[in-house]
Design a protein around this ligand. Structure first.
Ligand SMILES: Cc1ncc(COP(=O)(O)O)c(C=O)c1O
Length: 409
């Protein structure tokens, strides 16, 4: 009898069998085992190459192994990697100052993962509500949108509307009100004197790259300002160049009270996240009230600083705009054929609803894999595309050609 770890005949099959035997099944990866990657391309354990049109859910906006990011990480590895926040280190001030500047804000609270940054935003908003707004203790509420995705902690899944993400993880954290995304009247009705914040993705990524109706973000900005409520923009996936702007909120000329950032802030090299806001808001914290052993560590700050320098050039935002226009024009032509029923998105970010008669998002993704294109499905028959912003137009066209092969056989 073959043991699980040696089951299968190819290196790919053996690796997958071993992973399935010894890791929790909280993911359902496509059957490919990556061994190396560069730019927009990945190579598997058997030497096959794939175009990466997921980019680590936008953590890899600058592609795999960007020389500037790798050099920054290597230089810092030789100096100091971790001090904890018990001591100062010489990368911290520059990182916080430059990130605050990029955001047009005053203060930064660095964490590691996106979910931690969202948790930090929630704690910040509640504390601001009690200390600054004067909400009675324990009464603060935060309004969120249906179909949101903000991470996986017990508090965050408490206000998820996705049964898969939420079921069986109660008891749930109270203090959240869910309203339909894109509906200003519902938001207006949900805000009351105890509301401390409205927490939204400016474009809902996991929901299928849902762009809100024009005027929505402006309306949210106006409403929250009028009612003395913080507008928290979760730009963990939409931010840092993906949509053609540094922040997706910019498409409506909106500046929120707080940005929540992650993913690409660590350049796909290390987990780096942050909450960025005003002194009035982030100034509520006192020593001991919040923290993280790894948050703002020297390696994270060194890589983050390089990411910020790259974003300041504007090159990646421009690429996302130009290549995004090209991608969306190509994708729209697929809707004319009936193979794709809807295309949404901005910049180098797209959600395609595939005609269910052609298969599920998962089966389509598997077919694309066999042709060397890596994408990820979400919610039934939606496929999302988020190639690294360093992808060339030729490679993008190559990827679209593979999509055509699978969707228009
Ligand atoms: C908008 C948004 N917020 C938060 C998160 C959670 O980030 P992380 O997986 O780093 O905890 C994600 C991850 O996909 C996200 O897309």
């Amino acid at each position: 009898m073959t043991t699980l770890s040696s089951a299968g005949t190819t290196a790919t099959e053996r690796d997958i069998a071993a992973a399935e035997a010894h890791s929790a099944h909280n993911y359902h990866p496509l059957p490919v085992v990556i061994a190396s990657a560069e730019g927009a391309w990945m190579t598997d354990v058997e030497g096959r190459r794939y175009l990466d049109m997921l980019a680590g859910y936008s953590a890899l906006n600058f592609g795999h192994g960007h020389p500037r990011l790798i050099a920054a990480a290597k230089a810092q590895l030789d100096r100091v990697t971790l001090t904890s926040r018990a001591f100062h280190h010489d990368r911290f001030a520059a990182f916080c100052t430059e990130l605050a500047e990029l955001c047009g804000m005053e203060m930064v609270l660095p964490m590691n993962t996106g979910a931690e940054a969202v948790e930090t935003a929630i704690k910040t908003a509640r504390k601001w509500g009690y200390k600054v707004k004067g909400v009675p203790d324990g009464k603060a509420t935060i309004v969120v949108a249906a179909d949101n995705f903000h991470g996986r902690t017990t508090t965050i899944v408490s206000f998820s509307t996705d049964p898969e993400a939420r079921a069986d993880f109660g008891p749930y954290t109270p203090g959240f009100t869910v309203v339909p995304y894109g509906d200003l009247a519902a938001l207006d009705a949900a805000v009351d004197e105890n509301t401390v914040a409205v927490l939204l993705e400016p474009i809902q990524g996991e929901a299928g790259v849902l762009v809100p109706p024009p005027g929505y973000l402006t309306g949210v900005r106006q409403l929250t300002a009028d009612r003395g409520v913080l507008f928290i923009a979760d730009e963990i996936q939409s931010g840092l160049g993906r949509t053609g702007r540094t922040f997706a909120c910019e498409h409506e000329g909106v500046v929120p009270d707080m940005y929540v950032l992650g993913k690409a802030l660590g350049g796909g090299v290390v987990p780096v996240s942050a909450v960025v806001s005003s002194r009035e808001v982030l100034g509520v914290f006192r020593p001991g009230e919040h923290g993280s052993t790894f948050g703002g560590n020297p390696l994270a700050c060194a890589v983050g600083l390089e990411v910020l320098a790259m974003l300041r050039t504007g090159e990646y935002q421009q690429r996302a705009t130009a290549l995004g226009d090209h991608l969306h024009a190509e994708l729209r032509s697929l809707t004319a054929t009936g193979a794709v029923t809807a295309v949404r998105g901005r910049g180098l970010w797209a959600g395609l609803d595939v005609n269910p008669a052609l298969g599920t998002g998962r089966t389509i993704s598997e077919h694309l894999l066999t042709r060397g294109l890596l994408v990820k499905d979400t919610h039934g028959s939606t496929i999302r595309l988020a190639p690294p912003l360093v992808i060339t137009e030729d490679d993008l066209d190559w990827g679209v050609a593979r999509l055509r092969e699978v969707l228009l056989p």
